[in-house]
Design a protein around this ligand. Structure first.
Ligand code: ATP
Ligand code: MG
Length: 255
């Protein structure tokens, strides 16, 4: 090994190789090849039913593939047992498509919960951090409300605050802005950008909003009927020659 040894190329945080998945004979993922590189924001675009949520759930071992390999930080998670998977999931924050909140806890307690479970912070620090995240998503007026008292968009924002409160290495967002008004959408986009710039977080964001995608993405993957039909830099997406991608973008730009 010489002094001028070449630095190894950066390893992907998530590396999916030839992943197949079927449910009851219906193949939902078909030979997925996808890499998520550290510190970058990857947006996955696709129509409803194309397999986006199923793809994302494979990244944290909530589904096991029928074939293929999924590496997280260099470890193959496809053969892991549930204890090993729990360990892997600590690296992740996840915002589910249906904000999965604890109905019996207030907003602030929902966000404080991961801190209570996984840290030894003082009560004052826990509250300070929960408040900080809730302020970012504009929910300081709703601290003591219960999930049943919130609108869908508000519940989504609580889920977002909770996902980033432990400062995870990777955050997975399943349609974080669907159903939100334009101003809240912009706030959520900024939150994703801030998490990257201030915390160096790697993000995977499922979307069908092209405007939001162009604001936040470094890299884009387009999934169509279970196949990745485009994998490129965000700056290259408009040059894509794939007919489905062209159609998808055209519909949006003509709005
Ligand atoms: N647990 C499951 N059991 C059986 N089929 C499933 C399961 N989860 C998803 N599917 C099927 O997989 C396909 C892809 O679903 P998925 O939820 O990934 O779509 P999506 O791209 O996230 O769509 P949307 O934008 O509407 O959320 C659908 O046909 C769905 O019915
Ligand atoms: Mg989905």
């Amino acid at each position: 090994m010489g002094a001028n040894r070449v630095k190894p190329a950066e390893e992907p945080v998530i590396d999916m190789h030839h992943v197949d998945k079927s449910f009851k004979g219906h193949q939902v993922l078909k030979g997925i090849e996808l890499r998520i590189m550290p510190g970058r924001t990857r947006v996955i675009l696709g129509l409803s039913g194309s397999g986006k949520t199923v793809l994302m759930k494979h990244m944290i071992g909530l589904f096991r593939p029928d074939a293929g390999q999924i590496m997280v930080d260099g470890e193959d998670i496809t053969a892991m047992n549930s204890a090993e998977l729990l360990n892997i999931r600590r690296k992740f924050g996840m915002v589910f498509q249906q904000a999965a909140l604890f109905d019996s806890m207030t907003v602030v307690e929902n966000v404080a919960f991961p801190l209570r479970e996984h840290t030894k912070l003082s009560e004052a620090d826990i509250m300070a951090q929960a408040h900080e995240k809730l302020a970012l998503v504009g929910l300081m007026d709703a601290l003591q409300k219960f999930p049943s008292e919130l609108s869908g968009g508000m519940r989504k924002r609580v889920g977002l605050a909770r996902a980033v409160v432990l400062k995870p290495k990777v955050v997975l967002y399943d349609e974080p802005t669907t159903g939100l008004d334009p101003i809240t959408t912009e706030n959520v986009d900024h939150m994703i950008l801030d998490a990257k710039e201030q915390l160096g977080v790697t993000s995977v964001v499922i979307s069908h909003d092209v405007g939001s995608t162009l604001r936040i993405a470094d890299d884009i993957a387009v999934i169509h009927e279970g196949v990745i039909v485009e994998d490129c830099l965000a700056s290259e997406i408009r040059q894509s020659e794939h007919p489905f991608v062209q159609k998808f973008l055209k519909t949006w730009f003509e709005k």
